[in-house]
Design a protein around this ligand. Structure first.
Ligand code: ME8
Length: 519
């Protein structure tokens, strides 16, 4: 009965500050994909969460004057609440301090160790606390103040020498290249694949995977003077959620993940280190890693010093959850960077949602309420046949699921929305051209056919927009009296048309226009 498994994840966020718009963007995008796959009959498992160990958290907690555990216990729920407020349908919110996760990270470590891939040595190198990463000499620049910084991120680095366990990453170059070669979809978008491939081709160094200079982390099995490098711990979250190390757990059928949705800055960790760890442990690697772009405030990177950090929940309160979701997914081609501004959000909200879709629903449903006794009208009562215009419009709506599936396979979320709105635009042209308000007097049967056809297109659109604007879609489908079990992709098309005579609730607007608050 359960469909094909589809395990989708977001990255797990560092809770060393409050959630920002980038975190919101990622979980919303992953949620839209998860919801789409559910509509298409997949057995979806969707996780998000927080990455709570490491020096950065320990230091931030110390600055706040509390212990790291108390600190993350205060911060993590804010990330969970944000995802809930944004209507994200995750199945598990995983915290790396969860007991099952700590056990899973240690089990993965042991498997890599048993395979001979972990050894003890001495590490000396340039370490960035902010990035939780070591950099090569070649990756550094000298800042005007004379400090050494990582070129890529601009964060300060310090010279660190410590005893450390290493993971034999150097042994995995060929196997990783073979993986990318055999699975062209493993890394997306293409620009990221090229970046990763050339990084691996240039030769991999063994990776330092433990720390002794602080203790806020998962203890290394058998040597508790070391804690695991936070990325070994963090990446393991994906298999923890599937029940690892219990490969007989019911959830284990969800591994390997169908898709890791992450930002472009952490592609290397997911497309190089993570599959290497899994290969070492004898576990299947994920099917796909997709690095989305960054969301910028009016084209500028958000930072506390620029004072342009916007709380996602404030945006949701100002514009509504669905409009915010719609804006992010429609405006930004998935995989590219995007920008948001008040004007751009209001534009999308008023043009696409309130005008194009909202007005069409409001006008047609109001006419049905007034002129068809509040019931789904008879489609083609007298002529017995739909007109060419009816047929053409219905064909466009019927073709949407297949188009959407294809674009979703490429994770072109923005293009799915563009296709749906192209049909909405066509339905608006049809409605205006057919003039059902004039037909009311001249040819009431034909008026019913036009209203029926419009309602049927709205049904298809309502089903398809559920992944993107779940609450508004539910309201639209409620107004059309579509049964809860008939709101999936398979229900679109000629075999499941609206049943004439079905009583409809009184229509009410789905998308209010955004009106600027009085200054
Ligand atoms: O990287 N726009 O956590 P994180 C879009 N804990 N996405 C953004 C963004 C922006 N402006 N800023 C950040 C970590 N992101 C690790 C992940 S996974 C095993 C461990 C994205 O809180 C970023 O790319 O810094 C990442 O995918 C996610 O938000 C969490 O970032």
């Amino acid at each position: 009965m359960a469909g094909e498994p589809f395990f989708i994840t977001t990255a797990i966020s560092y809770p060393n500050g409050v959630p920002h718009i980038g975190h919101a963007y990622e979980v919303i995008a992953a949620d839209a994909i998860a919801r789409f796959k559910r509509l298409d009959g997949y057995d979806v498992f969707f996780t998000t969460g927080t990455d709570e160990h490491g020096l950065k958290i320990q230091q931030t907690a110390a600055k706040a004057g509390i212990g790291p555990r108390a600190f993350v216990d205060d911060m993590a729920p804010r990330f969970r609440t944000m995802a809930e407020q944004l209507d994200c349908s995750f199945d598990r919110f995983i915290r790396t301090t969860d007991a099952d996760h700590v056990a899973a990270a240690q089990a993965l470590w042991r498997r890599m160790e048993e395979n001979g891939d972990i050894y003890l040595a001495k590490y000396a190198g340039w370490y960035s606390v902010r990035d939780e990463a070591y950099y090569d000499e070649a990756e550094l620049v000298t800042a005007p103040d004379g400090s050494r910084r990582a070129e890529k991120t601009g964060t300060p680095v310090e010279w660190v020498e410590e005893e450390s366990y290493f993971f034999r990453l150097s042994a995995y170059g060929e196997r990783l290249l073979a993986l990318y070669e055999a699975n062209p979809d493993f890394i997306g978008p293409d620009s990221r694949r090229n970046e990763v491939t050339s990084f691996v081709r240039s030769g991999l160094q063994d990776l330092s995977v433990s720390r002794t200079t602080f203790d806020w982390g998962v203890p290394v099995p058998g040597n508790p003077a070391h804690v695991m490098y936070v990325w070994v711990d963090a990446l393991t979250n994906y298999i923890t959620s599937c029940g690892f190390p219990d490969e007989g757990a019911p959830r284990w059928r969800q591994w390997p993940a169908a898709l890791h949705v992450i930002g472009k800055d952490i592609i290397r960790f997911h497309a190089v280190y993570w599959p290497a760890f899994l290969m070492s442990a004898g576990l299947p690697v994920p099917q796909r890693v997709f690095g989305h772009g960054f969301l910028l405030n009016k084209g500028e990177k958000m930072s506390k010093s620029l004072g342009n950090v916007v709380a996602p929940t404030a945006l949701a309160e100002a514009y509504g959850v669905d409009p915010l979701r719609y804006f992010m997914l429609r405006e930004v081609p998935f995989g590219q960077d995007g920008s948001y501004s008040h004007e751009a959000i209001v534009n999308r909200l008023n043009a696409d949602l309130a005008n194009d879709l909202g007005n069409l629903a409001q006008r047609s449903l109001t006419m049905i309420a007034r002129n068809c006794g509040g019931q789904i009208p008879a489609p083609f009562p007298q002529a017995g046949e739909p007109s060419a215009a009816d047929r053409a419009l219905l064909a466009l709506a019927d073709a949407l699921p297949e188009k959407a599936r294809g674009l979703m396979r490429d994770l072109a979320l923005h293009a799915v929305l563009a296709e749906i709105w192209a049909v909405v635009a066509e339905a608006n042209r049809y409605f205006a051209g057919q003039e059902p308000w004039a037909l009311r007097k001249t040819d009431p049967a034909r008026m019913e056919a036009v209203l029926y056809t419009t309602a049927e297109v709205l049904r298809a659109v309502g089903i398809l927009v559920q992944p993107f604007i779940p609450s508004a879609a539910a309201r639209l489908l409620d107004l059309l009296a579509v049964a809860p079990d008939a709101r999936n992709l398979a229900a679109i098309g000629p075999d499941h048309r609206l049943a004439p005579g079905t009583a409809l609730p009184a229509p009410s607007p789905i998308f209010p226009r955004y009106v600027e608050p009085e200054a």
